[in-house]
Design a protein. Structure first.
Length: 357
């Protein structure tokens, strides 16, 4: 016979196991809790239907943690049906849970690759939350934020880049306005997807779109690194470098300088901590900054970063011949800066070194 105390204990235990990283054990506890609540709700729907819906919601999360996408959606559909049933009886109390359940369902559908259906579900969730605003209890703010983030992710997967970028900004704005943290697991994946999309657009010479997408990646990585005491500094640095590069490709050298300088600072920290992995990135960023300053004819400022990039590339090329191509490019650009400040003999020597490579 089902026991409400046992059901609650199983539910609590599932959370403890999940927090300990024991996904399979947490799933088993969730399933046992659902079985208890299902029996209780059958005997007393008014008392236990909501508890069953919550337990099903938790079970959906536990199934996601073991990559059981097909089962996850079925559980989420049942939870949504129960929340809607409860809302019909008491809209003021239960309507927000419909939005929460729709958001969860959208995530489950997206994990199955059913992105069009996922978009319909998350749009319905946001419509539900919008209808309830401004009376929506603040405890549901994270659910709204998750819905916004899910929408951005789904739009990316559907290839609707412009809409996805707008959705990313909506997500960031909402989280900032409500003092929320970006969803821990979701945001890094979205930021990486934005960066990779920008990189692909750049390779295809679609620099305006690449700049827009790289800018969104910078915003998201910046938010992540601020919330995690610098854990995403290197991802931010690469996104800043890409943003700076795209601005240069568009001839917007003045705008490119700020992200380029920030990228240099971050890569310098990494190079000091781990020269083997950090020096190539630092050299790349320094070369980029020197080139931009040269294009702006600020030759006196371009000499230092360009010269430092050349010095690092010389060290790298001495150990690995594949770095010689990067060294040659850095030498050519450095020669232009040296000519610009009147150091013609130095410029000539640097140019000749590049030609010998």
């Amino acid at each position: 016979m089902a026991d409400p105390h046992k059901a609650k204990a199983l539910e609590d235990r599932s959370h403890e196991l999940a927090d300990a990283g024991l996904a399979a054990e947490a799933l088993a506890a969730c399933e046992a809790a659902v079985a208890q609540y299902r029996e209780l709700a059958a005997a007393d729907p008014g008392e236990y239907t909501f508890a069953l819906a919550v337990a099903l919601t938790n079970l959906g999360g536990a199934l996601e943690n073991v990559d059981a996408a097909q089962d996850t959606v079925a559980v989420q559909v049942e939870a949504l049906r129960l929340y809607r049933q409860l809302t019909d009886a008491d809209p003021g109390r239960y309507a927000p849970y419909v939005g929460l359940a729709l958001t969860n369902q959208a995530g489950g559908l997206a994990n199955q690759g059913r992105f069009s259906e996922a978009l319909e579900a998350v749009d319905a969730a946001l419509d539900q939350f919008s209808r309830l605003s401004p009376s929506l209890p603040s405890e549901f703010n994270p659910a709204v934020g998750q819905a916004l983030a899910t929408r951005a992710w789904v739009l990316m997967d559907l290839g609707r880049l412009d809409a996805a970028l707008e959705a990313v900004r909506d997500t960031l704005t909402y989280h900032d306005r409500n003092g929320l943290t970006i969803p821990d697991l979701f945001a890094p994946e979205l930021a990486v997807a934005l960066y990779e999309t920008a990189d692909t657009l750049s390779d295809d010479d679609k620099h305006a779109e690449a700049r827009e997408t790289a800018g969104a990646a910078v915003e998201l990585f910046r938010e992540l690194t601020e919330q995690s005491s610098g854990a995403f500094d290197m991802e931010l640095a690469h996104a800043l470098y890409l943003l700076s590069y795209e601005l240069s490709e568009l001839g917007r050298y003045d705008e490119a300088l700020a992200p380029a300088a920030e990228a240099v600072d971050l890569f310098r920290i990494q190079a000091a901590a781990d020269p083997e992995s950090g020096l190539p990135d630092l050299a790349m960023a320094l070369h980029n900054r020197g080139y931009q300053l040269t294009m702006l004819e600020r030759f006196d400022e371009a000499v230092a970063p360009g010269g430092e990039a050349v010095g690092i590339y010389r060290e790298l090329a001495a150990a690995d011949r594949t770095a010689r191509t990067d060294l040659a490019e850095a030498l050519k650009d450095h020669a232009v800066a040296l000519y610009g400040v009147g150091r013609r003999m130095d410029a000539s020597a640097v140019k000749q070194e590049a030609e010998r490579l």
